[in-house]
Design a protein around this ligand. Structure first.
Ligand code: CIR
Length: 254
């Protein structure tokens, strides 16, 4: 059973944080419609949906992934790297408290959930402008004794580790090798994105298949060629806010 925690798109989305892409006008109405499609797709794949209300003055609040890391044993509430995003965390913590024991990242640690890639017992954490060594140490402490191996991973050229690598099957990662060295993601087989689609490494793996942006047809064919079930979704308006498919949900597995 999978529960997906989502949050409605903020009216202020156009004022989002941007790091690696140029600002362009965002049509909030289109972003909301695409987000509703995403919600419907996750529901159709068997997720039970928890939809948090919009936080109108927090532009990036739709990207709930960055505020928490949900594991089988506990949930880590992050301290996001961007100051503007810190007030997003408390309401997500309140929603997650029903499902997991909570551990909070404390200052001077900063970390975005988008930097945390859990692949079996490996917890890879992107060393990016958003996530620092203090937070990586705190995560390692929180997970001590639970059988996880926590490792910092250098990332270059993109916002988060999960912009560069995500799980697309058991022990299988979809990777843009220009942004993260696949050798640092040991223990997993690797599928490279198509070189013409650098942003294509972000996939959301659910029990019902892979939720995947329709904007990357070449890489999608690589996944399908491996026999993977891929469900297309158009999140192009949210991509203008540097968001992708994993960022819009927190998946709680029972
Ligand atoms: C930000 O810069 O924080 C947002 N505009 C985008 C966050 C995307 N989150 C993610 O990839 N996990």
């Amino acid at each position: 059973m999978e529960t997906a925690i989502l949050r409605e798109v903020s009216a202020s989305l156009g004022r989002c944080e941007l790091t690696h892409i140029e600002r362009e006008p965002i049509d909030v109405g289109v972003a909301r419609a695409q987000h509703r499609e995403y919600e419907r797709l996750l529901a159709s794949l068997g997720c039970s949906i928890v939809l948090l209300p919009e936080q109108p003055e927090l532009p990036d609040a739709v990207f709930v992934e960055d505020t928490a890391v949900v594991l089988a044993e506990l949930a880590i509430i992050t301290r996001p790297g961007a100051l503007s995003r810190r007030p997003e965390a408390p309401s997500v913590a309140a929603a997650l408290a029903r499902y997991r024991r909570l551990v909070h990242i404390e200052a001077p640690g900063t970390i975005d959930g988008g930097d945390v890639l859990v692949a079996g017992a490996n917890v890879f954490i992107g060393e990016t402008g958003r996530s620092n060594g203090h937070a990586i140490e705190q995560v390692a402490r929180a997970l001590h004794g639970l059988g996880y191996v926590v490792r910092g991973v250098p990332v270059n050229g993109c916002l988060h580790l999960k912009s560069a690598a995500t799980l697309c099957g058991p022990n299988t990662l979809l990777v843009n090798p220009a942004w993260v060295d696949p050798a640092s993601l040991r223990g997993n087989s690797i599928i490279d994105v198509d070189p013409l689609e650098p942003h294509a490494a972000n996939a959301l793996l659910l029990d019902g298949g892979i939720v995947y942006p329709s904007s990357f047809p070449r890489t999608r064919e690589r996944l399908r060629a491996r026999g993977m079930t891929v469900h297309d979704i158009d999140l192009s308006e949210l991509a203008k806010a540097e968001g992708a498919v994993t960022c819009c949900s927190l998946i709680v597995r029972d």
